[in-house]
Design a protein around this ligand. Structure first.
Ligand SMILES: C[S@@+](CC[C@H](N)C(=O)[O-])C[C@H]1O[C@@H](n2cnc3c(N)ncnc32)[C@H](O)[C@@H]1O
Length: 267
């Protein structure tokens, strides 16, 4: 059931990428306009909800790996979306009960829901900010308080860079985050890619997001790899989100609409 009233600062007549993603994941934080838009999208691309679920599952596997195998206890989740099941702080805390997480999203709907879930939790914070403007986030008192103890940080950019146009200089922003974090920190990126999809679908996908504040930018894998700012990707290449971190026989078959994932470690 769609939400009926909009909290202050939220326009219920404009579809939101955050709320549509929540809808795809089976959440309830969406308006009629999001559902109509998502239905239009699924008619052309029935795999969209599955892709959202694969991406989310990849995020959970990646955070578990960073916490368990790399010992990471600090998380900066850029473009965190609406709180859903198994949020980053919950996944990290299963391994490190004292893990700290700072969530960042530009969408006001995410702020309202994040605050209701995280309120009073001393180990987590939510900052409503644009991830292409790193200084606002790095200088924020909550980032300073939770993430600046000199410990490695996992900087997570899951399903967000494809909403950042080149004009917003995403690479420069990511470089700024990398400059600010200590050695041993992790940069993790998942993104939709233009490689391997039909040109007609590419056009349809881009048109679909034309009226949404976060417009979709489908990049080739090479450009996504460039967003790692020269750090070598662990394993040498990007993987399908449905396959990363899974044994071959369990990996979901690659959908025609592709999302890829990789991570790198700062030396
Ligand atoms: C598809 S959701 C991904 C949520 C979560 N990261 C995941 O992968 O499960 C993308 C989110 O990125 C946010 N977003 C898009 N551009 C952004 C920007 N420049 N700064 C911060 N958040 C942004 C959207 O509001 C949305 O909530």
């Amino acid at each position: 059931m769609a939400m009926e009233s909009a909290p202050p600062g939220v326009d219920p007549t404009v579809p939101s990428a955050a709320r549509m993603y929540d809808l795809a994941l089976g959440g309830k934080n969406y308006f009629k306009v999001d559902k109509e838009f998502a239905e239009k999208a699924s008619r052309g691309m029935p795999e969209l909800p599955d892709l959202a679920k694969s991406n989310r599952a990849c995020l959970i596997r990646a955070v578990t790996h960073f916490a368990k195998d790399l010992g990471i206890r600090r998380y900066l989740d850029l473009g965190s979306g609406l709180p859903t099941e198994k949020n980053v702080h919950e996944v990290a805390r299963r391994v490190h009960p004292d893990a700290r997480t700072v969530y960042v999203d530009v969408d006001p709907t995410t702020r309202i829901h994040a605050l209701s879930i995280l309120d009073g939790d001393p180990y987590t914070a939510f900052i409503q900010a644009d991830a292409t403007k790193p200084e606002t986030i790095l200088e924020h008192p909550d980032t300073q308080a939770l993430l600046s103890a000199g410990e490695p940080i996992a900087v997570l950019l899951f399903a967000i860079v494809h909403f950042m146009p080149d004009s917003a200089q995403p690479r420069a922003a990511i470089q700024r985050f990398l400059d600010a974090v200590p050695a041993g920190s992790v940069l993790a990126i998942s993104s939709a890619t233009i490689d391997g999809i039909h040109p007609k679908l590419e056009r349809r996908f881009s048109d679909m997001y034309r009226d949404v504040p976060s417009r979709l930018v489908l990049r080739p894998e090479e450009e996504i790899m460039d967003l790692f700012c020269g750090l070598p990707i662990v394993g040498g290449e990007l993987a399908e989100v449905g396959a990363w971190g899974l044994p071959q026989e369990e990996a979901a078959e690659a959908p025609w609409l592709r999302m890829v994932f990789g991570y790198a470690i700062k030396k």
